[in-house]
Structure formats: structure tokens, C-alpha cells
Design a protein around this ligand. Structure first.
Ligand SMILES: [Zn+2]
Length: 455
């Protein structure tokens, strides 16, 4: 088989320098066994980082023939990388200087790092590539980290309030000021998928997974289909961040208690404090409980996944809000409204989520600060027991978010309160638009029946 190529026009004096950055033959895809294809071996789940081999996706000059993975670094930010190159700001062959970038905490190697079934959605050695793969860096091979570990101090208004009202003491180590400043260790993780392992988690054939990823990214990654010898893919999606309160070595210590919140991104609530859902209140509660556990000699962890709006994105999310608010926002219709617009209730698929827990060495969760049955089941299926589930306290639920939380409880979310019946759901109503979306103008809806006040 031969490489599929296209000729691009040869350079002329008008040609901008940016187009001259690349060879005049575009390699659209590659095939196993080609003379230019000589991947550095990558054996997922091998018994040491050296045997496993580095993950290489770079198309830089020194690395392109040695690539052993598909995709690009940075998740969706890979596109900005391309823009920086085409704009002339970033040399295409730029190589990072890793001096002093090493982790602030040396997480101990866990058995799961060497198990090809336990970790399939991140590179367990992605945090320390200088240590593990320095010899490749010296040869000019473009190995890049996919995990970074740092420390910070953070201030969240609900935590400041908890300190000021006496719920959290200033201990000087974790909470280190009367204003509620908190010390934290943070781990940012970029997704790195071992395709056979991802397919196994979903119970689907690897070939079918590859085909679906190819088709539904606009045919953007043809090597998913042509290079079945390459088993690793860096998908163009968001990653996750771990926030660890208290000494990070306690996270994997079975002898102490662990409080954990797994949180999926909801920018409108998490940052801008919209009251239509319980996301920020539950996140703040999770942080407070995590800090408490750490102050009591245990460990507290919050993991933040970039899966905006149940991984449907904000455009779909706002369309659903509109259809809810215009259609009479009752809890019995809550999920149907999302399905009408998105086709599904939820696209978060928690099956890959527990990888980070295996990576951290979590062996059991004493207090799980989540009501989600999907998160619970995914973690338990991965062999990590959950000893207690802690719902969001009633008083933290904003009035307008009752529609969502009651619909979720009815659909199987954990609660210590009363069961919610189908009949109850019909009576749980969100706020309409008529009384508050009322600043500059008014118009009638197409049926002419109702008057909307419209911003
Ligand atoms: Zn939310």
C-alpha cells in the first residue's frame, strides 16, 4: 500500500512564509510497514516505564517517523497550537524547556500503573517524562508530559464563610488564614487513551470504536483506521484536575479515611453561580468536607472533570434550558427535554472516570460526596468500595434547582430523604420566565397565547 498524498502548489515569491514551513507533499495518513514508519515500541501495561516506552504523537522533524500514538497534545487546545504556528508566533519545531517543571510531590508507583486494564484513559508515567524518558529527549525525540503536579493556595467564598462561622478551624497547615485560604496539591491530567482498554470498558469491539471516533471527528484522524498497530490515541477533549487537601501521601494510605467528590464541570454554576442546578453548592460542600477529613488526619480529594453540561456542551445545555422554561419547567419532563434536544440524557460515560482513582492508589472511599448512581457504579465496578454516600444537604439546594435534583433522585440518584414518585415530579416546578426576564422589551410567542417579557 502507498501513502495517500496530494501535491500542493510549489513555492512562488508571493507565497507567505507560513506555507513554506511544511514539506510540499502532505502526508494524509500512514500505513504499517512503510519505510518512513518506525515507531518506538509502546507496550501498555509493561512492568516498568522503560519497558512501556514513551507516548509519542509529535510530528516534529526528529519524531515524525518514530510516532507511536495518534492525535495531539493539549486536548482541544491542539487547535490553538496550530494557530500559533500559522500566525508565526510558534516555531513548528519548538521544543519545551522542562527545567524545574518536575512534580511538587512524587506520587508512589501503584500496581495499577503496570496493569493494562486498570488505567486506560491516561498515561500513568505522563508526569515524569524527564526522569523516565530523558534519553529520548537527549536524542531530540519530542516526548511531552501529559500530567503536571503543582501546589497552590486557594480561596473559595463558601470556605471563607465556613472558617468565619467556625465550621472549619484555622489549623495553619491546610487552612492557613482567617480569610479561609487553603493549601492544595493539584494534578492536571490530559487524556491518553489505550484504545483496546477503552473498547473493553465500553464492551465494544476496538475496530468499531476506531471507526466511530474517525467518523464523528469529521474523518480527522484517518490513522485510527489505517494504523491499527498504533494502540494509543490522544483525543481532542478536556481532561481533569485533582485537588488534594492535606498531605498527598495520605490519598493512597488505606489506614486513614478518604472523603471524595467527583465533580463534572458546570461553568454556569461552578463559576457564575447560576441557581438552576446544584453544581456549585455541591462542589463547595465537597471541598468543605474534603478539608474537614484532611484536618481530622485523613485525606480529602476533589476531582474536577471537564465534561461541561453532562458532556453535551453549553450550547445544547442552554437550548435545553429554553425548552424547559418555555414548556413549563416540571421535574417529570426534565430528562425528556434534554433527550429532545441532545438525543440522550447524558454523555459523560463514567466508565473511564475511575482511572484517576487507580492512579492515585485509592483503595476504598470512606465518604463519597456524590449522589450519582452512575459515578457510584463505575467506581464499584472497578473494585473500589464506597463505604458511605453523602447527599448534598437540603438547605444548600437552590429553589430553582429542585426540578433537576428531584428528577435525578427519581431516576436513581442516591438520597437519604424520601423517595420521589412520578406524581411528585409533576408538582416540582422551576421558576418561569414571565416574572424575571423583563428588562428591555416584550413580545408575544408565536401562538399568541402568552406574553413574554424579554431581555
Ligand atoms: Zn450545573
Amino acid at each position: 500500500m502507498t501513502t495517500t498524498t496530494e501535491q500542493v502548489p510549489s513555492s512562488s515569491e508571493e507565497q507567505k512564509p507560513s506555507t513554506a514551513r511544511y514539506a510540499d507533499r502532505i502526508v494524509l495518513t500512514t500505513y504499517p510497514g512503510q519505510s518512513v514508519v518506525d515507531p518506538i515500541p509502546l507496550t501498555w501495561g509493561a512492568q516498568s516505564p522503560a519497558e512501556r516506552g514513551p507516548v509519542l504523537v509529535s510530528r516534529n522533524r526528529n519524531t515524525i517517523s518514530r510516532r507511536n500514538a495518534i492525535g495531539a497534545h493539549g486536548g482541544s487546545y491542539a487547535i490553538y497550537n496550530a494557530l500559533a504556528v500559522v500566525a508565526g508566533d510558534l516555531p513548528p519545531d519548538f521544543r519545551p524547556d522542562f527545567l524545574n517543571t518536575q512534580p511538587t510531590f512524587d506520587f508512589p508507583t501503584q500496581p495499577a500503573w503496570l496493569d493494562p486494564t486498570k488505567i486506560v484513559a491516561m498515561d500513568p508515567f505522563g508526569h515524569d517524562i524527564v526522569k523516565h524518558y530523558g534519553k529520548y529527549l537527549e536524542q531530540g525525540i519530542d516526548v511531552r508530559p501529559t500530567i503536571a503536579i503543582t501546589r497552590a493556595s486557594m480561596r473559595v467564598s463558601e470556605i471563607s464563610e465556613a472558617v468565619q462561622s467556625g465550621r472549619l478551624p484555622v489549623d495553619g497547615a491546610i487552612v492557613h488564614s482567617e480569610q479561609g485560604d487553603v493549601r492544595v496539591t493539584k494534578v492536571a491530567v490530559e487524556p491518553v487513551w489505550y484504545l483496546p482498554g477503552v473498547a473493553a470498558r465500553f464492551g465494544v469491539d476496538e475496530g468499531l470504536l476506531r471507526r466511530a471516533l474517525f467518523e464523528h471527528t469529521g474523518g480527522g484522524y484517518p490513522e485510527l483506521v489505517t494504523r491499527t498497530d498504533l494502540k494509543v490515541f490522544l483525543p481532542p477533549i478536556g481532561g481533569l484536575t485533582v485537588y488534594i487537601f492535606g498531605p498527598p501521601e495520605r490519598v493512597s494510605d488505606e489506614k486513614v479515611k478518604l472523603a471524595l467528590r467527583i465533580h463534572d464541570e458546570c461553568n454556569g454554576s461552578d463559576v457564575f453561580q447560576s441557581d438552576i442546578c446544584t453544581c456549585r453548592p455541591y462542589l463547595a460542600f465537597g471541598i468543605e468536607e474534603a478539608i474537614k477529613e484532611a484536618q481530622n488526619g485523613g485525606s480529602g480529594v476533589v476531582i474536577y472533570f471537564r465534561k461541561e453540561g453532562r458532556a453535551l456542551g453549553e450550547v445544547v445545555k442552554y437550548l435545553v434550558y429554553n425548552s424547559r422554561k418555555r414548556g413549563g419547567d416540571t421535574a417529570d419532563k426534565y430528562f425528556q427535554r434534554t433527550e429532545n434536544v441532545a438525543g440522550v440524557k447524558d454523555m459523560r460515560f463514567q466508565a473511564l472516570m475511575p482511572d484517576i482513582l487507580h492512579w492515585l492508589g485509592v483503595k476504598k472511599i470512606d465518604r463519597m460526596l456524590s449522589m450519582s448512581n452512575m459515578k457510584h457504579d463505575a467506581i464499584v465496578e472497578q473494585g473500589i468500595p464506597i463505604l458511605e454516600r453523602v447527599p448534598i444537604p437540603e438547605e444548600m439546594i437552590p429553589a430553582d434547582s429542585r426540578v433537576e435534583i428531584d428528577a435525578k433522585i427519581h431516576a436513581g440518584y442516591f438520597t437519604t430523604g424520601d423517595a420521589v414518585t412520578e406524581e411528585d415530579l409533576k408538582n416540582v416546578k422551576g421558576r418561569g420566565w414571565e416574572c424575571w426576564e423583563d428588562t428591555t422589551g416584550r413580545f408575544s410567542d408565536p401562538s399568541g397565547k402568552r406574553l413574554f417579557l424579554f431581555a
